[in-house]
Design a protein around this ligand. Structure first.
Ligand code: SAM
Length: 270
């Protein structure tokens, strides 16, 4: 596990990364996963739900629409602001808090469900974040995580980006969060009845070029991967992503990518 100092430095880098681009534009394409996660975790009226690493509030919004009593936490002030705006636009009451998944700003046993879509992917110490999720859950509570699988389009994009901008030493692979063998072991240290399943969400674009430009304009991790690269390297990276986009499409008439994601569920004994 990495040191406290290295973890803090990595979180500063993550905060800077998530200031870049316009995640809201990607988040609309991720929203079906948030809806599926809430359905899978059986979110109902009156349940106390925490969305960890909320981004622009996808899971929080999906849970609040179901009548849950929702809190949302994110490390990046800009994301917290965007979630507050979105909740206001939808007329939903969501308690939104700036905070760290590895040190959740909530008392123990506060929630019936702790959920996250592609959120814990960014923590430097997964076991601490999972232990925190467990701490804030009540007996009988459920943890639910979702994210793109290593073989999915985004899983493969992650490998390309990492070749240009490697993760700092000791920071775990993001793709491990949807690597069944790794995540089941991680969750079973803290939860019972751990289970996983996969599904797909379609991402459509006019062309591979449009998709690639969309990602390098809006996606924080694509933009961060380019920082510090010379123009020739940026060109090479962009071309690799565009080729992958073409290969990943199930149609040659435009682009349709069926992005595979994994949902992971675990329980706290009642
Ligand atoms: C992929 S985005 C969010 C996705 C969002 N859950 C959704 O459904 O669209 C990742 C988010 O994780 C947040 N994040 C990264 N590290 C974090 C940490 N240690 N604690 C809380 N949030 C974190 C980032 O600020 C960013 O908003």
């Amino acid at each position: 596990m990495i040191t406290e100092t290295a973890a803090a430095a990595y979180k500063d880098h993550v905060r800077e990364t998530w200031k870049k681009g316009d995640y809201a534009k990607l988040a609309t394409r991720v929203m079906p996963i948030a809806e599926h996660l809430c359905q899978s975790a059986d979110i109902r009226p009156g349940k106390a739900v925490l969305d960890v690493a909320t981004g622009t509030g996808n899971v929080a919004i999906a849970a609040a629409r179901r009548g849950a009593s929702v809190s949302a936490v994110d490390l990046t002030p800009r994301m917290v602001d965007l979630t507050i705006e979105r909740a206001q636009t939808e007329g939903l009451a969501i308690r939104t808090v700036l905070g760290d998944a590895e040190d959740l700003p909530f008392p123990s046993a506060s929630f019936d469900a702790v959920l996250s879509v592609c959120g814990l992917w960014w923590v430097p110490r997964p076991d601490i974040a999972i232990a925190e999720a467990r701490r804030v859950l009540r007996p009988g509570g459920v943890v639910g995580l979702a994210g793109f699988t290593p073989g999915s389009y985004f899983g493969q994009v992650e490998e390309i980006l990492k070749a240009y901008r490697p993760l700092p030493d000791g920071v775990p692979e993001r793709n491990d969060w949807a690597n069944e063998a790794v995540v089941i072991t991680r969750l079973e240290r803290h939860f019972t009845d751990v289970m996983t399943f996969t599904a797909t969400v379609p991402w459509n674009f006019a062309s591979a070029g449009v998709a690639t430009e969309f990602l390098f304009t809006n996606s924080a991790s694509h933009i961060a991967a380019c920082s510090g690269l010379d123009p020739a390297q940026v060109h090479k990276l962009t071309a690799e992503v565009e080729q992958l986009t073409t290969r990943s499409s199930t149609t040659s008439d435009g682009i349709r990518i069926d992005q595979e994601y994994m949902i992971l569920l675990g329980k706290v004994p009642a």
